[in-house]
Design a protein around this ligand. Structure first.
Ligand code: APR
Length: 236
């Protein structure tokens, strides 16, 4: 699979799917950011489709970490995949992983060969570009697809492309909270590496009982049971 890192405007990228860094009212963005550019580029038909989806499927808005596809209307892409990233200071940051995984799953379901991502959550939602790059590096390390041939990472601000090049291609270890991403020794719920992370299985580690419980609420029964038994083991 080809990985391209470019600087530019995602609405101009010719990919089968482009990802929208949306808010809960995912078609309604005005003003700056990716969502505003996508809304202006796609046109009013996009807003209508999003409003219809909100009425029928998401009466409380699109939940953080989830994703949904619409047509792309006046944009060169075939579809837009809308996902709501976590707000850095108030949401579980691990939901950023869900955003990428859900977008890739939907792209595959729609037989997209190419998908373009913006740096979700790194604008209005306040996530650092270093954290974003490390999450993307983790996603790319684990992702294999028989359908997707190219993932295009689109950076907008000066300097952001260099951070992506450094962390994703050159594998430079930038100093911040998210070390050991490649060893997967980070909390799947909050992304922190502080404390004693508990290995749950190949993919799931948590850093505290509170995060374990939160993860438990979010994940499937199978993972939930595994977390419960690990918590019990750690108490004994
Ligand atoms: N193409 C690619 N990237 C862009 C573009 C563009 N046209 N415009 C901005 N960006 C970059 C920003 O520089 C930032 O790095 O996309 C990244 C994400 O920024 P935001 O669009 O602000 O997205 P996010 O941080 O996820 O916040 C989402 O902002 O627009 C509102 O409705 C949206 O409430 C939601 C919130």
């Amino acid at each position: 699979m080809k990985i391209s890192i470019i600087q530019g405007d995602i609405t101009k990228v010719k990919a089968d799917a482009i990802v929208n860094a949306a808010g809960v009212g995912f078609g309604n963005a005005i003003g700056g950011g990716v969502a505003g550019a996508i809304r202006r580029g796609a046109g009013d038909e996009l807003v209508k489709e999003c409003q219809e989806l909100t009425k029928t499927k998401y009466p409380h808005g699109l939940p953080t970490g989830e994703a949904v596809a619409t047509k792309a209307y006046n944009l060169p892409a075939k579809i837009i995949i809308h996902t709501v990233g976590p707000r850095a200071y108030s949401d579980p940051n691990g939901l950023l992983i869900d955003c990428y995984e859900n977008c890739l799953r939907i792209a595959e379901e729609n037989k997209c060969k190419t998908i373009a991502f913006p740096a979700i959550s790194t604008g209005a939602y306040g996530m650092s570009i270093n954290t974003s790059a490390k999450v993307v590096r983790y996603i790319l390390k684990n992702f294999k697809s028989p359908i997707i041939e190219e993932i295009i990472l689109v950076l907008f601000k000066d300097g952001d492309k260099k951070v992506y090049d450094d962390i994703i291609i050159k594998k430079t270890d930038y100093e911040d909270a998210l070390v050991n991403m490649d060893d997967m020794r980070f909390c799947r719920y909050c992304l922190a590496t502080i404390g004693d992370v508990i290995p749950l299985n190949g993919d799931f580690w948590t850093c505290s009982e509170e995060c374990s419980k939160n993860l438990l609420k979010k994940e499937s029964k199978e993972i939930g049971d595994l977390i419960s038994s690990k918590l019990k083991e750690n108490k004994n």
